[in-house]
Design a protein around this ligand. Structure first.
Ligand SMILES: Cc1cc2nc3c(=O)[nH]c(=O)nc-3n(C[C@H](O)[C@H](O)[C@H](O)COP(=O)(O)OP(=O)(O)OC[C@H]3O[C@@H](n4cnc5c(N)ncnc54)[C@H](O)[C@@H]3O)c2cc1C
Length: 398
């Protein structure tokens, strides 16, 4: 254990920020290479990153578990093709313990600043618990770790319950409630089928309809798990097959004709569950598949076809004390508003996409640089974006 008692505490060769899926792997690899002089600073009280924070009903990976896991830590016990969040979190906790990374983690330690000290030739990392120093910093704060809620007029006046899907209240009972869901992204399409049977009414505000293809999820039998356990090569083979299958999609992204075939599959998928032509029209995307993330679900369309669901094909305009108002000007009374509106992917801390605004929140300066780095990067406008007619934004604007 290191004696790193805040300011002037000893320095580490490597300081890692965050204890999510990504940098846990980095920490494990460092140990693997015999490097033990590192510390992991994590703002929360547990490992897992997005898999610790996102506990909404139906939360699961949408890349098959045998691929969405570390190549060096295969897990023969995944219960589903796309395993649920509690299993993924347990897996990450297990890896942190098993690879003895846990002892390097300082929980409840939020990194607030990052400065290169010419004098000591080290990064000085500021936290409320004091400073840490390191020759190298791995910034693994995650692009999807800070929820984004739009600043809607009237939000603070609402008398009911409001929350983001990544901050789902524990033991929440939505039975009999009128619920407004804002957003139709990867999280919303997972939790809507779970809450729809319980709620009295579900209003779904959809700004952009996503393309959705069948998920094809299935439970992995005990027999298959035992086989994977006894024959690790079989599991590696399955992983390779999934990898190749997913890589082939990249070919489709570059060849719109191939994408059209997948698009037809998505349309058939919708038609199989939704008989109402008006609803089908609302749910049919207006852009070519591939211009925005393709989503996977088997139960989203069947849930939307139920009589207690209204799809409102617009963004939410404003919120009243007891309801929500879309661009049609109609007020719909609701008890609960759930924002499935994604994450703050702009102005990420210590990233090249940071703007001057972020620079004040995330002060950082590097070797030989007089201005804060994000401001300098921002002035240089290094990030390009790509938008084509009738497609949503597919890049990041500086
Ligand atoms: C609901 C959901 C489902 C997803 N499903 C998939 C999937 O199926 N397949 C896929 O490939 N990807 C998926 N993703 C993307 C996912 O973000 C990545 O796969 C991966 O888990 C990211 O790991 P990470 O370590 O980079 O970041 P994170 O998991 O976001 O971890 C970042 C960590 O840094 C900590 N942190 C942040 N700021 C600070 C700070 N200033 N100081 C100290 N600590 C800090 C956070 O608390 C967090 O623990 C999903 C994301 C979400 C939200």
């Amino acid at each position: 254990m290191h004696d790193d008692q805040g300011p002037n505490g000893r320095s580490f060769k490597v300081v890692i920020i965050g204890a999510g899926f990504g940098v846990l792997a980095a920490a494990i690899r460092l140990k693997d290479q015999g490097e033990h002089d590192f510390v992991v600073l994590e703002r929360a009280g547990d490992v897992g990153g997005v898999w610790r924070d996102n506990r909404y009903p139906g939360c699961a990976c949408d890349v098959q578990s045998h691929l969405y896991s570390y190549s060096f830590a295969p897990n023969s016990s995944w219960s589903y093709q796309f395993s649920p969040q509690p299993e993924i979190l347990d897996y990450l906790r297990h890896c942190a313990r098993n690879f003895q990374v846990s002892e390097h983690i300082r929980f409840n330690t939020t990194v607030r600043s990052l400065h290169w000290s010419e004098a000591c030739g080290e990064w000085v990392i500021g936290t409320p618990n004091g400073e840490y120093r390191g020759r190298y910093v791995f910034a693994g704060m995650g692009a999807l770790s800070d929820p984004s809620i739009p600043a809607l007029k009237g939000l603070n006046d609402f008398k009911g319950l409001v929350f983001h899907s990544a901050q789902w209240p524990r033991d929440l009972n939505l039975a009999g409630k009128a619920v407004c869901v804002v957003g139709t992204g990867a999280s919303a399409i997972q939790f809507i089928p779970r809450i729809q049977p319980a709620v009295s009414r579900l209003y779904l505000f959809q700004r952009t309809a996503p393309w959705i293809v069948p998920r094809g999820d299935f439970a992995i039998t005990k027999r298959a798990m035992e086989r994977f356990h006894r024959r690790p090569w079989l599991q590696r083979w399955v992983r390779l097959c999934i990898y190749v299958q997913r890589e082939l999609l990249a070919f489709g992204f570059r060849n719109p004709l191939v994408m059209r075939v997948v698009q037809m599959q998505a349309i058939r998928h919708m038609r199989a569950s939704i008989k109402d032509p008006a609803l089908r029209q609302k749910l049919t995307p207006e852009y070519t598949m591939g211009c925005k993330r393709i989503l996977v679900s088997d139960d989203y369309y069947p849930a939307l076809a139920q009589s207690n669901v209204d799809v409102v094909p617009s963004g939410l305009e404003r919120i009243t004390e007891h309801g929500v108002v879309g661009s049609d000007g109609v007020e719909r009374r609701v008890d609960v508003i759930v924002f499935g509106t994604g994450f703050q992917v702009q102005d990420l801390p210590y990233s090249i996409t940071s703007t001057a605004a972020a620079a004040s929140r995330w002060p950082m300066s590097g070797r030989g640089v007089r201005a804060a780095l994000p401001a300098r990067w921002s002035a240089a406008s290094p990030i390009c974006s790509c938008c084509t007619a009738r497609t949503p934004c597919s890049g990041i604007h500086p």
